[in-house]
Write a protein that binds this ligand. Structure first.
Ligand SMILES: Nc1ncnc2c1ncn2[C@@H]1O[C@H](COP(=O)(O)OP(=O)(O)O)[C@@H](O)[C@H]1O
Ligand SMILES: [Mg+2]
Length: 370
C-alpha cells in the first residue's frame, strides 16, 4: 500500500500541547479508532533561551514581529524533535500518523479585541516531520463571536462524561479551566483564572525555581487572608462565563501590584495556592453546583498542597485525578489536541458554543500538508 493510502486509513494522531506555564512540549500518540487510547508519550522541556524569548514576547516590546517569527521557527524545530522522538520510541513510521494536532504557544489572548496568537510555524513542522499538521484551532471560534477558549471541554465531554454521575473536570495548567459534565443537559466550562501561573511566577521571582515541587513551599506557609481578599476582588473572578484569560492578565506584574514583598515568601506562596483553590472552588460551587465527582488533570495535579486546598474548598464533592477515569493527568490536554485534529480532518465541529460563547459550532483548525 502506498504511504498516502496507508495514512488515509490511519486513525493514529499526535497531539502537541505547550501551555501557558511555558514548561515545555507534551506529545501524545493517540489511537482514535474508537474511545481515545493513549499509545505513547514524550515530553521535551523548553530550553532556557526559548523560554525567556517566549516570556519576553508575552508583552509588547521592540521588534516583536521579527522575534515572534523566529520563536515560531524555533518552536517548530522543538515540536518536530518531540514528534520524531515519540515515533522512534514507539517504532512508528511517520506515514502511519494521520495528522499532528499542534496547539502552538500562546503569546497573546485578547478575545475582547477579537484575537488570540499562538506561535509555532505549522508549515515547517509538517515539512520536518512529513506529517500533515492541524493548527490555528482558536481563530475560527473567535470569528464566530466566541472566546476561542477553552477548547478542551469538548474532549472532556467525549471521554469523561457519565450517564449517571454529575462530574466536573479541573485542568490545572498555568491557567485553570473547568468543565461541567452533568449526566444530561448542557456541557459548560470556562477559565477560572490562575492555576499554576502565579505560583510559578512567585517562586521564580523570589527563589529562582521553575515551580513549587509538590507545593512544599506553600505548605510551609499560612495564607494571608487580607491579601487573599484583595486578590479575590479582581473583576475577572466575578465576571460571568463565557470567559477566558491568560498571562496577559495574570502574571508577575499583576501579583506585584499587591506589594507581596511585605510578607514572608512561603506565606505569599500559600496565599497564591489558596487563590487558585478558592477561585476554582467558587466557580464549581456556582456553575457546576450538582457536581459530586471532581477530577483533576494538568501539571498542577502533582501539586499535592494545591489539590488538598481544592478538596477543602469543595467539601461536598469527591476529588480524584483523571487517572481514575483512565487517562493520566499529564496527557489529557495533548490528547485533546490529537482529538481536535481528528475532528478537523473529519470536518466535524471542535468547539462547544455554550463554553466559548460562539454563535454556532465551528470546524476548528487549518491543515498544512507536508
Ligand atoms: N511535581 C510538581 N509539583 C508541583 N507542581 C508541578 C509539578 N509538576 C508540574 N507542576 C506544575 O505544572 C505546570 C505545568 O503544567 P501544564 O499542565 O503543563 O500546564 P500548561 O498547560 O500551562 O503548560 C508547571 O509549571 C508547574 O507549575
Ligand atoms: Mg505545559
Amino acid at each position: 500500500m502506498s504511504g498516502s493510502r496507508q495514512r488515509k486509513r490511519s486513525e493514529i494522531y499526535v497531539g502537541l500541547m505547550s501551555g501557558t506555564s511555558l514548561d515545555g512540549v507534551d506529545a501524545a500518540l493517540v489511537d482514535l479508532r474508537s474511545r481515545p487510547a493513549l499509545l505513547g508519550t514524550a515530553y521535551m522541556a523548553y530550553p532556557r533561551a526559548l523560554k525567556s524569548a517566549l516570556l519576553a514576547l508575552q508583552s509588547s516590546s521592540r521588534d516583536e514581529l521579527h522575534r515572534a517569527s523566529l520563536a515560531g521557527i524555533h518552536l517548530s524545530g522543538l515540536y518536530a524533535r518531540t514528534v520524531n522522538r515519540l515515533l522512534r520510541k514507539y517504532r512508528l513510521a511517520p506515514g502511519l500518523v494521520r495528522a499532528i494536532g499542534c496547539h502552538g504557544q500562546t503569546v497573546r489572548h485578547l478575545p475582547a479585541s477579537g484575537y488570540t496568537i499562538q506561535l509555532g510555524n505549522p508549515a515547517l513542522l509538517a515539512e520536518r516531520t512529513g506529517i500533515p499538521v492541524v493548527a490555528d484551532f482558536r481563530s475560527g471560534d473567535l470569528a464566530a463571536g466566541g472566546q476561542g477558549a477553552p477548547l478542551v471541554p469538548a474532549f472532556h465531554a467525549a471521554v469523561f462524561r457519565s450517564a449517571r454521575v454529575h462530574r466536573a473536570i479541573v485542568n490545572l495548567g498555568g491557567i485553570a479551566n473547568i468543565t461541567d459534565l452533568p449526566p444530561r443537559g448542557r456541557v459548560t466550562g470556562f477559565d477560572t483564572g490562575p492555576g499554576n501561573v502565579l505560583l510559578d511566577a512567585w517562586i521564580g521571582f523570589r527563589l529562582g525555581q521553575d515551580f513549587d515541587r509538590g507545593g512544599t513551599l506553600a505548605s510551609r506557609g499560612e495564607p494571608i487572608e487580607s491579601l487573599l481578599g484583595d486578590m479575590l476582588r479582581d473583576p475577572y473572578f466575578h465576571r460571568r462565563p463565557p470567559k477566558s484569560t491568560g498571562r496577559d492578565h495574570f502574571n508577575l506584574g499583576w501579583l506585584r501590584r499587591f506589594a507581596p514583598g511585605r510578607h514572608a515568601v512561603e506565606d505569599v506562596q500559600a496565599t497564591l495556592a489558596e487563590l487558585s483553590a478558592r477561585s476554582i472552588g467558587m466557580a464549581i460551587a456556582e456553575f457546576c453546583s450538582g457536581a459530586r465527582e471532581v477530577y483533576i488533570c494538568g501539571g498542577g495535579a502533582k501539586n499535592t498542597d494545591l489539590v488538598g486546598r481544592i478538596a477543602r474548598a469543595l467539601p461536598r464533592a469527591s476529588i480524584d485525578s483523571t487517572i481514575e477515569l483512565g487517562i493520566h493527568p499529564d496527557w489529557v490536554e495533548a490528547m485533546a489536541f490529537a482529538w481536535l485534529a481528528q475532528r478537523r480532518v473529519k470536518g466535524e465541529a471542535g468547539n462547544v458554543p455554550a463554553v466559548t460563547g460562539a454563535r454556532r459550532s465551528r470546524v476548528l483548525g487549518a491543515i498544512y500538508s507536508p
